[in-house]
Ligand binder design. Structure first.
Ligand SMILES: Nc1ncnc2c1ncn2[C@@H]1O[C@H](COP(=O)(O)OP(=O)(O)O)[C@@H](O)[C@H]1O
Ligand SMILES: [Mg+2]
Length: 257
């Protein structure tokens, strides 16, 4: 018989006492995150942390409230080694991040990058949630809602063709301002990262957005254009890649798009 070491026994015990449904919460609210939330509450950035809106692998988003009752969205980035490599490539090559930090600090830079991107885009008049505050791996922003519920993703709304054409036109306008005035690309634009709030489409999830001089910018732009065309075409909007390139005013080198 193989005798079990204390470590083995501890592992076994851990296996047994895992409580279903609790894992998510344990992962989000590690001690560091709890301390950060406490700090944000003390500073008055949030007063209440309400229910979760979304619990993705890399970030969890909660509804929160400020003291005066204003709802906010609280995005908590998970401190997770599996995503460090992916994030690194977007931070590297961005002049705002001269030294790319390692480990958890990378996630803090990633959070700061999303806050900074939101601020730049919001200032340019693009429909994105207004950023409110950030600290370490937590980002607080305007809460987008629809009739008392969190705003739905574009992929989940049931709208007729005329409205779909309107939404498509607005998204192309957002892309145009982003490309020409802000000189950035979203980088992860799809029906998953467009929310419909107050009858208008908003772009969200801008942590990987980069300036046009970033080495990945062209590849990201090409993917954004393809995603937009694929989604709207499959929803009855008569649009081609060439239309988007022209409408957004993208300068094309022959072999790119
Ligand atoms: N400002 C916001 N207001 C309301 N809901 C939001 C807001 N930001 C994000 N969400 C919700 O959280 C989900 C995940 O947010 P997102 O920024 O796309 O993170 P990720 O895709 O990395 O998990 C969104 O699909 C949306 O449902
Ligand atoms: Mg997303």
């Amino acid at each position: 018989m193989v005798s079990k070491t204390k470590k083995d026994r501890d592992e076994l015990l851990k296996e047994r006492i895992r409580i279903p449904g609790r894992k998510t919460y344990q992962e989000v609210f590690d001690k560091r995150t709890l301390m950060e939330l406490y700090g944000l509450m003390k500073d008055g950035a949030i007063d209440i942390l309400d229910h979760p809106i979304s619990t993705g692998k890399e970030a969890k988003v909660f509804r929160g409230e400020q003291k005066d009752g204003t709802p906010v969205a609280v995005k908590i980035m998970r401190i997770n080694t599996a995503v460090f490599k992916k994030y690194r490539q977007y931070i590297e090559g961005d002049y705002r991040f001269k030294d790319v930090p390692k480990g958890a600090k990378m996630i803090f830079s990633w959070t700061r990058k999303e806050f900074s991107n939101l601020r730049i885009m919001h200032k340019a008049g693009i429909k994105v949630p207004e950023p409110i505050s950030f600290s370490k791996n937590i980002l607080i922003m305007e809460y987008l809602e629809h009739r008392g519920f969190p705003a739905p993703m574009l992929k989940d709304v049931d709208i007729d063709q005329e409205d779909m054409e309107y939404v498509c036109g607005e998204i192309l306008d957002h892309m145009k301002t982003l490309y020409n005035e802000v000189e950035m690309v979203h980088g992860d634009l799809s029906e998953f990262n467009i929310l419909i709030s107050k009858e208008r489409p908003y772009m969200i999830d801008v942590s990987q957005s980069v300036f046009l001089d970033h080495p990945e910018a062209i590849n990201l732009l090409e993917r954004d254009v393809k995603n937009v065309v694929r989604y709207f075409r499959s929803n009855g909007v008569d649009i081609t890649q060439e239309d988007v390139v022209e409408r957004v005013g993208i300068e094309v080198e022959e072999e790119l798009i």
